[in-house]
Each structure stands twice: as C-alpha cells, then as structure tokens.
Design a binder for this molecule. Structure first.
Ligand code: AHR
Length: 517
C-alpha cells in the first residue's frame, strides 16, 4: 500500500470531482481482474483450539451425559455455527499445552485416563477426556482438516513417532492395533503436523540453532505411513519480529519442512496491561489497528528471509497464531484468557485477513487464536448459552475468498489520523472465484467518517454489484447473550457500477464485502 499524502488525497479528490460520487474523503483503487495471481488458500481461514480455559472443555466438549445437546460429547450448537463459516483446518492441542501434552494419556476408556495439571493455563486439572479420538471426531463433524501439534519441549522422539503411527498407519503395527483396540479401525487422514510450538518460549526456551537441530532430529522420525498422503510438516517459527529465528531455522532445516510458522498477536497496551476488550477510547482503537497493520511488515520481512533460501516458495508461511490479546474479562480466571469481542476485533480480523490474502504467494495457512471462549474467539459460551462474535461474522463474509485467485490491487487512500499518528483509512483485498465472480473485502478504519472509494476494474466488465456490511453504531459494540445480534452483517447498498469500475461509500468503522458479476 502506498503511503498516502495530502497531495495524493487532493489529487484523488480533484479526479473524483467529475465522478458521480465526488467526496473529499475518497480513496482510489485499481483492481487488476485480468491479472489473477496465486490461489488464496482457504487454509488462511483456519482456526486453533487449545486445552486452555474454556475452549476445549465447555466450548467444544461437554461430555456425552450433558444436558447440552451434543453428538458423542461435542456440542451441536457450536459445530453447527462453525460449519457456516467453513472452518478449513483446526490446530490442536496447543499452543503451549502441546509441549506438555502426552498423547497416550488421552486415549482409551475415559474414566481410566490419567489426569495432569495444565501448568500453563490456570493450573487446573486436565482429565484428558478430550483426546486424539475426540479431536478427530470433532474435525469430522466440522468437515475440517486436522492439524496436530507434537510435543518437542517435554516429549520424546519415540512418543512423537508413535503418535504419528497411531493416527496414520493402517498396518498391522503396534500403534495402529492400539488405535483399533480403542475403537477406530481405519487410520485418520492427517495432513498437517507441527513439530513443537513456540520453542523459543513456552515450548522449551531454545535458541534457533538448538531448535533447528531438534526439528531435524524429531522430524526424521515423523514417518509417512500413508505414502499416498504425505504429511505437511510445520516447523515452529518466530515470535513476531524475530527475523533471526526465521533465518537460522530456514538455513538449517528449510529443506525438511513444508511450512514454517509465525506467531503475532495484536496487543494494544503492554503485556502487563494490555487494555480492555470493550472499555476503550478512540486512542486505543487507533493504536490497536495500527499494531494490526504492522502484520504487513512482519509478513513481508519474514517472507523476504524465506526467499533467500527458498526462492521457489516451497515452504509455506503458516501464521498459526494471530489475533487480539486483551486483559481478561473482569472476574474471570486470568489463566483462561477469556475476552469479549467487539467491532474493533472485526476490524482487526478484516485487516489481517486482507494482509494474508495479499501475501497468498507465501502465506499458506493462518489460524486465529482461538475458536471458542479464548482470546479473539468466533464463539462465546456460558453453560447452555452460545453467541457468535463480530469476528465470526468477518470470517463468514470472507469465505468468498476461499481458494479463489488473488487479484492485484492498487490503493491510494486518505489517512486516518489520531493525534500525531496516521494510518491508512482503508484496507482491501480482491479475488476472482472459480465461476469468475469478483469479490472485494474492504475495511474503513476511521470510526468517525465514511470514505468514498472510486474503483477501476481492469480487464472485466461487471453487470451487477451487491454487498454486505458490518457496521454497528459504536466502536465497542459487541454481542451478549441478552442482545446477540447487535453486531451482524446487513445488506450494503452503498456501491454502484460506473463506466470502467464502481463507486462505493464505506461507512465509518465498517467491514464490507462486495460481489461483482
Ligand atoms: O494462544 C495462547 C497462547 O499464546 C498459546 O498457547 C501460545 O502458543 C501463545 O503464546
């Protein structure tokens, strides 16, 4: 995105004077519909579910005897809601939990499974009632690809090797037979396997050199039992701007992986005082969105480092943890990371997904943290009650990009200024789906003013334009159990076709999806 200037805004405005939608606050946009780029992998719209707080237990798993309607212990309302956003992939069991998880504790009759202490997340007792079989059942109910993260930090090579055999071998072998004894005859289809999580921190406090060596060693014993469906191996990647980590791991082990992860959270304040999810002013709104926009720099710089040893882009960037991280809701367990989700989260999601789309040549998967009741969730639950969040709606609106071809965009837009800080007011990405339909997803970051968009569509003639918009009245608007539909998409009538393109007016603080066909 080009840095906007007063001159460019003025120039854009003068140009616009001739158009039907002349406004002072106007962005100019060119969409090259005749130059389709890489496919936007639907895996960019992936999710993450950790044994953390009330994500797995209560969020997904209520047990077969629960009064909450469930299928084999997994709650039906949550599965039904998630099916509507077409969850393509689900990462499990962590996160930090993955590096203290011993998978054999989570198989066999539930009443006989040993308990453990979840030392990372609230020190609560984990009864292991949700284990490998339950996870694959959840994925099958959702129609989603499983992504399992193995234990490097406190697990052995043998333990990891046996887990992969247990999940993916159809041979007459010890682990496959153990799986059969536990009620599952056929191996599951597992493509995505992570070798450790945050090995620079909770996963073992390793140096990149030490992790790279460990990755090479553990990965050697992660076998492709199903030769027709080899594993896509994901190495533990950097924390935000730790470019040295990416460089060292790529140089040392880049040839032995298909993906390298990156974790980046949007924290408006400090880690000690992150800020409230719902009680914030415009300064915090602006800061949060500015920090989200930094994702573009991170992705660009990590990708450039990956290009040095992998110019053919064989290794995917896997942003397998991202999203907002605020202070927990008052009165809740600090170790459970439970936070509300407002229109601001919707903007963070829209901006981030637009960035991942625009880097679809390298970003092959992303997993927002986390699906239910933890951090930037799609869904919140309270016993039998459930609601979907503003972030959920963004994921639903953006499903149009799944596996579509990225279309290049050029955007010049006015700044959204608060105090001395300026950020671009508009975020955008565009794609063309298999049927030739063009979709744009746009965010107006400015909470005070609408912004006009004057768009040129190169190489396509659209006959109709329709859209939907998410734009409640308040910056901190959010859904509650009493008022679950405060934030939800509505029809958008603010766009019209003009010669060679379209004009649109994005309402203040909005996320808009447009369809041109
Ligand atoms: O998503 C919460 C935690 O954030 C994960 O467990 C960890 O990987 C990261 O630090």
């Amino acid at each position: 995105m080009k840095a906007p200037s007063l001159l460019c805004v003025v120039a854009a405005s003068l140009l616009m004077a001739a158009s039907a939608s002349a406004q002072t606050n106007t962005a100019t946009l060119t969409v090259s519909a005749d130059k389709p780029g890489p496919e936007i992998s639907r895996m960019i719209y992936g999710h993450f579910a950790e044994h953390l707080g009330r994500c797995i237990y209560e969020g997904f798993w209520v047990g077969e005897d629960s009064k909450i309607p469930n299928t084999r212990g997994i709650r039906n309302d949550v599965v039904d809601a998630l099916k509507k956003i077409k969850v393509p992939v689900l990462r499990w069991p962590g996160g930090c939990f993955a590096d203290e998880y011993h998978w054999k504790d989570g198989i066999g009759p539930r009443e006989k499974r040993p308990a453990m202490i979840n030392t990372h997340w609230g020190g609560v007792v984990e009864n292991n009632h949700f284990g490998t079989h339950e996870f694959f059942d959840l994925c099958e109910q959702l129609g989603t690809e499983p992504y399992v993260c193995g234990n490097v930090g406190s697990g052995t090579v043998q333990e990891m090797m046996e887990w992969v055999e247990y999940m993916t071998s159809d041979a007459d072998s010890p682990m496959a037979n153990l799986r059969r004894a536990n009620g599952r005859d056929k191996a599951w289809k597992l493509k995505y396997f992570g070798v450790g999580n945050e090995s620079w921190g909770c996963g073992g406090n390793m140096t990149p050199e030490f992790y790279a060596d460990n990755y090479r060693r553990y990965n050697t014993f992660v076998k492709n039992y199903d030769r027709a469906n080899p594993l896509y191996r994901i190495a533990g990647g950097a924390n935000s701007g730790d470019y040295n980590w990416t460089e060292v791991v790529m140089k040392s082990a880049g040839r032995q992986m298909q993906g390298l992860s990156l974790h980046h959270y949007t924290v408006p304040g400090t880690w000690q005082k992150k800020g409230s999810a719902t009680q914030f002013d415009e300064a915090e709104w602006h800061k949060t969105l500015r920090k989200t926009l930094e994702t573009e720099t991170l992705v660009t710089k990590h990708a450039a480092i990956m290009d040095q040893t992998d110019p053919g882009k064989k290794v995917g960037m896997i942003v397998d943890e991202w999203g907002t991280w605020f202070d927990v809701e008052p009165g809740t367990n600090p170790g459970f990371l439970y936070q509300q989700n407002s229109l601001r989260d919707a903007l963070v999601a829209g901006i981030s997904l637009n960035i991942f789309n625009r880097h679809a040549d390298r970003v092959k998967m992303a997993n927002i943290a986390q699906t239910v009741n933890v951090l930037q969730s799609m869904i919140l639950t309270d016993k039998e009650k459930m609601l979907v969040t503003p972030t959920y709606h963004v994921f639903e609106m953006f499903t149009v990009h799944h596996d579509a071809s990225l279309l290049p965009v050029e955007l010049q837009c006015p700044d959204y200024q608060f105090g001395n800080d300026k950020i671009p007011s508009v975020s955008v990405s565009a794609s063309k789906d298999k049927a030739g339909v063009i979709h744009l997803t746009l965010c107006n970051l400015n909470p005070n003013e609408a912004v006009g968009v004057s768009a040129q569509l190169a190489g396509a003639n659209a006959g109709a334009i329709t859209g939907r918009v998410l734009t409640p009245t308040a910056m901190n608007a959010h859904n509650t159990y009493d008022r679950p539909e405060v934030v939800k998409p509505a029809a958008f009538n603010g766009a019209k076709l003009v010669e060679g393109g379209f004009n649109a007016t994005l309402p203040a603080k909005s996320v808009v999806v447009l369809e041109l066909k």
